[in-house]
Ligand binder design. Sequence first.
Ligand SMILES: [Zn+2]
Length: 67
Amino acid sequence: MARKLIQIKQSRYMGFGCSDCEWRFNAARVPPAKSFAELVRNFEEQRDEDFAHHTCGMYPKSPRSSK
Ligand SMILES: [Zn+2]
């Protein structure tokens, strides 16, 4: 089953993450933009790039969250 980019809505984290591991997108990595439209585009590009390049094995789910 392929990993997917998912939206996460938790009290401690709101944003995007991976369906298969604990990877979470760090919005601080989005480059500055001159306009809102540019910011949205930068955000999506950075998010998709970071997601594509992360390694699930480096972000194991905590054992307590299973079951
Ligand atoms: Zn992952």
